[in-house]
Ligand binder design. Sequence first.
Ligand code: FES
Length: 325
Amino acid sequence: MAFEYQESVLIKVRVARKTEAATDVCAFELASLDGHALPGFTAGAHIDVHLANGLIRQYSLCNDPSETHRYRIGVLREVQSRGGSVAMHALAEGDELLISEPRNHFALVDSAQRTLLLAGGIGITPLLAMARALSAQSASFELHYCVREPARAAFREEIETSALGANAHLYYDSAPIDARANLSAIVGVPESGRHLYVCGPAGFIEAVLSIARGLGWPETHLHKEYFAAATPPVSEGGAFRVKLASTGQIVEVGEHQSVIESLEAAGVIVPTSCEQGVCGTCLTRVLAGEPDHRDMYLTDEERAANDQFLPCCSRSKTSELVLDL
Ligand code: FES
């Protein structure tokens, strides 16, 4: 018997505007087909974009969360694209797309008194929405944006010429060494009420987090969003089985198969997107057994609870996992 996850509501939109935001980065404005308002979102939210080639890709919304007439995303053409960014860059104004409603796994903490935003490259997109929201609330924040060279700094002009400019600092790897970002000085010592948000390439995120931890920042004040794993997690290991709680069906997971692949072969479809343990799309509840977590999505506390896992990359430490499927 095949059964599927409840599909989330999809919205049909059109590409209302496509512009070049920097070298290899296109900005897209997506609007509803009938001119009606789009569902609201909060800073840090992303949408799933369903592409014609069957791929689903997630992009953070970078516009002001108070806007309802458009969603704005920025897409870097990846050198080693698996097809998503190339398909996005091929879109033209007027093209229609299916997208999900916005979801937010990277939300601002309401109680923060000061906010430190650190962006590496295209990681600027969710942080730009956060900076706009914080600026609109006259909240205390700093935006630090590290990028290879000025031509690759997406949205640079609108950051520098808008109200965000007074709180924004841009750093270029191409600059003389003393003008480049000094991450330790930027992160600084922890203060109660100060929260740090970082987004960008995995190496950048790990560098920022390791500095912050070394300076004594508590985990509860560190917030991160990965775009891709630095090294995709190894989804191979010893064989085990998963049991579907709803029917009792047993599915064997071979040494060289992921749980997703084994489930698919048994006719059980779990939605996926990144297939690298980064996005959370395949998150599945675990009712019994102990997962072998290999993702970069769950927090340490969520991992320790062992009641959910990411079957695109994670495995099992026990011979059986009972899944809420
Ligand atoms: Fe992205 Fe599994 S598909 S975490």
